[in-house]
Design a protein around this ligand. Structure first.
Ligand code: NI
Length: 263
């Protein structure tokens, strides 16, 4: 049996899983993935995440409004997100939130407004925050510093540089790597792995997006997190077993996940 792993970020409500999610989750279990966090990007997908976590005991939910979707939020959506985060027992974190300058889908000041709301909600509920950052590293670090550490949470699918990783680590955050770290041209990102201490590392798939090598180009799914773990272990200079053990322990502690698949 492979050593346990936790996929800390997947979009299992995605249409691409609508016909075969039970089989996808069976493959994850067979690959040693004991738990997967399924995450919302707006109110409907946050509700879907909570519903999925109610159906499958190995899933946990994360609820929030992703920066590219803040313009579409209705007037009461944020209140509904807060209610879900406060009341649904399967919700282990707030997100995904953050800032994104790559896509021009929402005014930046509105993204900042929602990022601040997510930070405050997470702190009020003593839950970690899941942070999305794309080409907005300086802005994310600025907002995190002004909010003040320590901040419990994770920089998801990290793609920034070592200085950004270090700044986030200093604020108390974890750093999670996704399939991108396995790509041939990702030497710089593999160098960043080295600056993240073993006790702050996490792994994720960000399914169904960006599947890792050697399944790059396929629909991504939680079972594939092992490929990313193997690559991160190599970059970090530790055994895959050590990496699995550390990241699973980190994920359990950060997200308050107890026990094994049924726990
Ligand atoms: Ni995501």
């Amino acid at each position: 049996m492979p050593l346990p792993l936790i996929d800390t970020h997947a979009h299992l409500d995605d249409d691409r899983f609508s016909t075969d999610l039970p089989a996808v989750l069976d493959r994850a279990t067979a690959a040693g993935v004991t738990h997967t966090l399924t995450i919302g990007i707006d109110l409907p997908t946050s509700r879907a995440a909570v519903a999925l976590a109610g159906r499958f005991p190995q899933l946990r939910a994360v609820v929030g409004i992703q920066p590219n979707h803040v313009s579409e939020a209705g007037p009461t959506d944020w209140d509904e997100i807060m209610l879900l985060a406060e009341t649904a027992p399967s919700v282990v974190a707030v997100g995904e939130s953050g800032l994104d300058r790559y896509w021009d889908r929402a005014p930046f000041d509105l993204q900042e407004d929602y990022f601040a709301r997510h930070l405050q909600l997470a702190r009020r509920l003593a839950k970690p925050i899941v942070i999305h950052c794309r080409e907005a590293e300086a802005d994310v670090v600025r907002m995190l510093r002004s909010f003040g550490g320590p901040i419990a949470g994770v920089m998801h699918s990290f793609s920034g540089d070592a200085a950004t990783a270090t700044a986030c680590l200093e604020l108390g955050l974890h750093v999670s790597f996704a399939g991108m770290v396995t790509y041939k041209n990702a030497d710089a990102l593999r160098e960043v792995v080295k600056v993240v201490p073993l006790d702050r590392l996490l792994v994720e798939t960000d399914s169904p997006y960006l599947a890792p090598v050697p399944v790059r180009g396929k629909r991504n799914e939680p079972a594939f997190v092992r490929h990313t773990a193997e690559c991160v272990a190599k970059a970090k200079g530790v055994s895959t077993d050590e990496l699995c053990d550390a990241t699973t322990r980190n994920a359990k502690a950060l997200f308050g996940i107890l026990g094994n698949a049924e726990g």
